[in-house]
Design a protein around this ligand. Structure first.
Ligand SMILES: Cc1ncc(C[n+]2csc(CCOP(=O)(O)OP(=O)(O)O)c2C)c(N)n1
Length: 552
């Protein structure tokens, strides 16, 4: 057996059932060995997409997400994938080939210090030092990716080590790494949190996707109902409690964040998407639960910090609460939030119902909302597209909403959807992308066709980066060439036609729903290229600097 074959066996030992790759030296034999063992190699077009797919595969399905990359530029292409997994706290094992250890420093093919490149964007990055130890290193990588706060890890595989003959007697083959511990919180801290929650007049739960790794999501619904506690999910924290739960206050986000007197932060970080916690009411008491103790109190002085697994701590809170809360199904606080939510919904009505052609982003996504089945997995990518999706598109099931998230990386939408479909083949998957965002990894539509992983790829096509809004604000002097805008009316649907998928070009709002029905019934991947209004952005930000439009 050589190192490549041993790697494939070790991946199988660790429970991998597929690897995402762009085939190239020195990992060609390893990819082949994976295929021979029945670990499905998924060959894609760009290593960035391979890492995106692997992390989405892990997040949606819970399986081991593995990207197997060639050397040098293949690994540098994967760095963005690692960076996004790092920000998302999603486990993914990135394996990269590298030049032979015997040729270091002598300008061998694609020599790169890949471990150093990956170090700042991974939980752990290391180089394997002998073929016999490949399984041990892999087990370490898998354990580190999943333990505590999950995240990406990188393992570097020099060519000579992959090619070396292995003395099988010396190769240690660790068994499958056990699932990570789900530690409970300190009972004294639980008691303080319960006291605060029971005493709160205006409690609020900020719910993030970190709860995905705990399971038993019904406990979350039970907790908010017990306390009559409204909740606001983070961009990807939707669906762990269904978005149509009466206590969901996504539609009254600002009022909720500014008004709460006790804020419970669960499975979420107080990063910029939550205003770094600076927008809470003066005197608001914050209870933060996090698996990573170093996170506690990072942004905000805490009333209570609880280090522990989200699910375990919620179970403790429920136990400690018992029936002490009484009936909290109605309160002034809930009435205030419901009123704010209705007001916001009413303000959106004109753009949601607009008949204009080209259509508004809101009208497009309203049509999508009304067509989607409840169990749809949705990926959203773009700027205006993402913001509109947040306002319009609900999610109802756990780990079913994937988007650019706190990292804000354009290009995730298409590969996340392919990884999600491979992880959940029986669920409908739709990928909604701004046309710029789509451009980064649009070639992966072909991957979805080749692997019979049907996804509906929808392009919210407003002719470029935030349509014409940025273009108009960037330059102090007249500028003839388009920089943030593309050629008008690009027919991305014809790309899909060229790949052999189903495709439609849509201009009329009334045609969106029938087109979605055709696309989901097509039995193969589809591309719906929808012309939207380049000038449509709502609400129109009044800030002077162009960068402010992007949130800076
Ligand atoms: C990888 C990456 N490059 C650049 C950016 C900066 N950026 C923010 S939004 C955006 C494009 C938004 O345009 P589009 O995807 O068409 O969506 P729209 O806002 O028009 O809906 C860009 C390039 C980014 N966030 N990520």
């Amino acid at each position: 057996m050589d190192g490549s074959t041993l790697l494939a066996h070790a991946l199988q030992d660790q429970g991998a059932d597929c690897v995402f790759t762009v085939v190239g030296g020195p990992v060609i034999e390893a990819v082949g060995a994976c295929g021979d063992l029945g670990l499905r190699p998924i060959g894609v077009h760009h290593e960035q997409a391979a890492v995106f797919m692997a992390q989405a595969y892990a997040y949606v399905g819970g399986g081991l997400g593995v990207a197997l990359l060639a050397s040098g530029p293949a690994v540098t292409n994967g760095v963005t994938g690692a960076h996004v997994a790092w920000d998302n706290c999603w486990p993914v094992v990135i394996l990269g080939g590298s030049a032979s250890t015997r040729q270091r420093g002598k300008m061998p093919f694609q020599e790169a210090d890949s471990v150093a490149l990956m170090q700042p964007v991974t939980k752990w990055a290391a180089q394997v030092d002998s073929a016999e130890r490949i399984p041990e290193y892999l087990a370490m990588a898998v354990r580190r990716a999943h333990a505590g706060r999950p995240g990406p890890v990188y393992l570097d595989l020099p060519a000579d080590i992959l090619q070396a003959a292995v003395d099988e007697a010396r190769a240690v083959r660790p068994p499958k790494v056990a699932p990570p511990a789900l530690p409970a919180g300190d009972p004294a801290a639980i008691a303080r949190a319960v006291e605060l929650l029971l005493g709160a007049e205006r409690p609020l739960l900020l719910l993030g996707k970190g709860v995905r790794w705990s399971g038993n999501f019904e406990r979350l619904t039970h907790l908010v109902e017990t306390l009559g506690m409204p909740f606001v999910p983070s961009p990807m924290g939707r669906g762990f409690i269904p978005d149509d739960h009466p206590l969901c206050m996504s539609g009254a986000r600002s009022t909720a964040l500014r008004g709460a007197d006790v804020v419970l932060v669960l499975g979420a970080r107080l990063n910029w998407t939550f205003g770094m916690g600076r927008g809470f009411a003066p005197g608001a008491r914050v209870i933060q639960i996090d698996i990573a103790p170093e996170e506690l109190g990072l942004q905000q002085e805490l009333a209570v910090g609880i280090a522990g697994d989200a699910g375990a701590v919620v179970a403790q809170l429920l136990d400690a609460l018992g029936d002490a809360a009484g009936d909290r199904s109605e309160s002034d606080w809930l009435a205030t939030l419901r009123a704010a939510r209705s007001k916001n919904e009413a303000a959106l009505a004109p753009v949601m119902d607009a008949e204009a052609v080209p259509m508004t982003h809101h009208r497009l996504l309203k049509e999508v909302r009304d067509a989607l089945p409840r169990d749809a997995i949705i990926t959203v990518d773009g700027q205006i597209t993402l913001a509109t999706g947040r306002q319009v598109l609900p999610s109802f099931l756990p780990a079913s909403r994937l988007n650019s998230g706190a990292n804000g990386c354009m290009g995730v939408g298409v590969p996340f959807a392919v990884g999600a479909k491979l992880a959940a083949p029986h669920r409908p998957v739709i990928s909604i992308n701004g046309d710029c965002a789509f451009g980064f990894n649009g070639m992966e539509m072909e991957t979805s066709l080749r692997y019979d992983a049907p996804v509906v790829f929808l392009i919210d096509n407003n002719d470029g980066i935030m349509g014409g809004v940025l273009e108009g604000r960037m330059f102090q002097r007249p500028h003839a060439e388009r920089v943030a805008m593309y050629l008008p009316g690009i027919r991305y649907d014809r790309m899909m036609e060229a790949f052999g998928g189903h495709a439609e070009h849509i201009t009329d709002p009334a045609a969106v729903r029938p087109a979605l029905a055709h696309a989901f019934a097509a039995g193969r991947s589809a591309c719906l290229n929808v012309a939207t209004d380049p000038a449509a952005i709502w609400p129109i930000p009044t800030a002077g600097r162009a960068s402010a439009l992007m949130g800076y």
